[in-house]
Design a protein around this ligand. Structure first.
Ligand SMILES: Cc1cc2nc3c(=O)[nH]c(=O)nc-3n(C[C@H](O)[C@H](O)[C@H](O)COP(=O)(O)OP(=O)(O)OC[C@H]3O[C@@H](n4cnc5c(N)ncnc54)[C@H](O)[C@@H]3O)c2cc1C
Length: 506
């Protein structure tokens, strides 16, 4: 006979993904133990970019104001050849429909410090550092977790947020697919003594003699990345002197700059083909790894956390069946794969050390590039999982309007939200509204909507949106009866989680 679980969720790994998941669960009142093998936070920069959707998710962790203080917005991401001709220009010079710049540049330790502080402020989260998990034994009631310092604890679910070499993934034998795309790059993080303007702020220099990334590393910091050339010895590139030699052509040297870190990374592309084994799930780098050119590795992991947290909450409180957790992989794996594939496509543009090949690339790309800024290809919306099968715009991420000058999520929180510009709220009927409240749902009338929401409703032929806690739309409706039907469909959908959707109203 096994002991009852004393914790709802044990999270293995306290990187940005484990921390985000812990906070989102803790905010929902779930008890969480986080087990992290290193006694101290990882001190060196890794990710430098997150996108607007991730900004919004982190805002929902209660760190939005502080996050704006440690980030530098970036509108344009330029790709140039060795001669300086533009090959690609991503970006958008517009308002920020999700309430965050399209790109924010930052240093990962500063973000992790914010998340650490927030997690420790939540009463149901217990962060234990210096504790390495080496064994998991799942059973009908929970999972027994053993750590190298002799502890044994029980949790109802375990999430492996334990990074690229995930022990959790190995312990439950979830298969990994490696796409065989990898390159070595020297990553150099620099703090310049004097403020300097870099225009463009973020640029990839597709020079076959030394493919190079030059980007912001957040306020006061710069990141250079230099690709290892064929036949270039690894130990030579790893030598600090080599980092300074490579930086010299940027007028960066020991008299005007401090090297925060230099290290050669092998960027890889791979993903776990299954993200769940019963009570054990994976998130973040444990589930997917990608080259850094799209700046999406951590972003994908933060999206995992946002997708999983509310589902775990509903299942662990018996408000939804266990099968809801299967929609996690259904929804997240296609998006993570799309991010990996886009990162590889970008890698194919820059990781070209052959002069003739680079010349052919330059000719083809320079002919195709226009003056217009390009949008990075959107990640696929949700097509399988907990989205309405026929409602318009189901699966899209909804905008974040302003309410009396404040961001919507700061005013109304980030749970299930039925948002409308209709005056006919009473027509929904009390029973379905009461059920909606039982899953943390709230009906919000925008009276009047701000310009962003007004434009959105007008352009999308809708008067109601039903938004999930991770900001994806379950569906939209044009009338109050249509919105009530949408709620009823959600109720039916949540009662079986992977139903045949025949017989639903709309
Ligand atoms: C050079 C570089 C540039 C990057 N640039 C970007 C970018 O611009 N944008 C972006 O979105 N992403 C970027 N990334 C990726 C990003 O850094 C990672 O995706 C992110 O750190 C993954 O977070 P995580 O929480 O999943 O894993 P990690 O940050 O790796 O955390 C995992 C944690 O688990 C702990 N752990 C492991 N095993 C155990 C165990 N058995 N028991 C207990 N604890 C354990 C580890 O100690 C670690 O703290 C970049 C990465 C690199 C290397």
């Amino acid at each position: 006979m096994t002991a009852p679980a004393d914790t709802d969720v044990a999270i293995v790994g306290f990187g940005p993904v484990g921390a985000t998941l812990a906070i989102l669960l803790g905010q929902l009142g779930r008890s969480v133990v986080v087990l992290e093998k290193w006694p101290e936070p990882y001190p060196l920069p890794r990710a430098v970019h997150f996108d607007d959707e991730v900004g919004r998710i982190l805002q929902s962790c209660g760190v939005g104001d502080e996050l704006r203080r440690i980030t530098e917005p970036a509108d344009i991401y330029e790709w140039r050849n060795a001669a300086g001709a533009t090959l690609l220009r991503f970006g958008r010079l517009s308002d920020h429909p999700l309430g965050w710049p399209l790109s924010s540049m930052f240093t990962q330790p500063a973000l992790e410090a914010l998340l650490d502080q927030r997690a420790r402020a939540l009463p149901t989260i217990d962060v234990r550092r210096g504790v390495e998990v080496y064994d998991l034994v799942p059973d009908n009631d929970g999972v027994t977790i053993r750590t190298t310092n002799g502890d044994e604890l029980r949790a109802r679910s375990v999430v492996g947020c334990d990074g690229a070499n995930s022990t959790v993934r190995d312990l439950v034998a979830l298969p990994v697919r490696d796409l065989g795309y990898f390159y070595d790059w020297l990553v150099v993080d620099v703090i310049l003594d004097d403020a300097r303007v870099f225009d463009p702020l973020n640029v990839q220099i597709c020079d076959p003699n030394r493919p190079t990334t030059v980007v912001s590393g957040g306020p006061g910091r710069r990141r250079w990345e230099f690709m290892r050339l064929p036949h270039e010895p690894l130990d030579e590139l790893s030598d600090e002197r080599r980092a300074w030699e490579l930086l010299a052509s940027w007028d960066v040297h020991p008299r005007n700059a401090r090297l925060e870190r230099h290290a050669v990374y092998t960027f890889r592309a791979r993903y776990a083909e299954q993200w769940r084994a019963g009570r054990v799930l994976l998130a973040g780098d444990a589930a997917h790894l990608m080259p850094p050119f799209a700046g999406q590795g951590m972003c994908a992991g933060v999206r995992d956390a946002a997708n999983l947290a509310w589902k775990l909450d509903l299942v662990l409180t018996d408000r939804a069946p266990d099968a809801l957790l299967d929609t996690y992989e259904d929804e997240r794996l296609p998006s993570a794969r799309a991010a990996i594939e886009f990162s590889i496509e970008l890698g194919k543009v820059i990781c070209v050390p052959d002069v003739a090949e680079a010349a052919a690339r330059d000719e083809a790309m320079a002919a195709a590039v226009g003056d217009e800024l390009m949008d990075a290809p959107p990640l696929p919306g949700l097509v399988a999982g907990l989205v309405h099968p026929s409602a318009q715009h189901a699966g899209d991420v909804w905008v974040q309007p302003l309410v009396d000058g404040r961001l919507f999520d700061d005013v109304h929180g980030a749970g299930w939200r039925l948002v409308t510009v209709d005056t006919d709220i009473d027509a929904l009927g009390p029973a379905v509204v009461e059920w909606f409240a039982s899953i943390g749902g709230r009906v919000v009338r925008l009276a009047p909507p701000d310009a962003l929401a007004g434009r959105w409703f007008a352009a999308h032929d809708a008067a109601w949106v039903l938004q999930r806690p991770d900001f994806h739309l379950y569906g939209t409706a044009t009338t109050a009866p249509g919105a009530a039907a949408l709620l009823e469909d959600l109720r039916a959908h949540l009662s079986v989680a992977r139903p045949s959707l025949e017989g639903m109203h709309s």
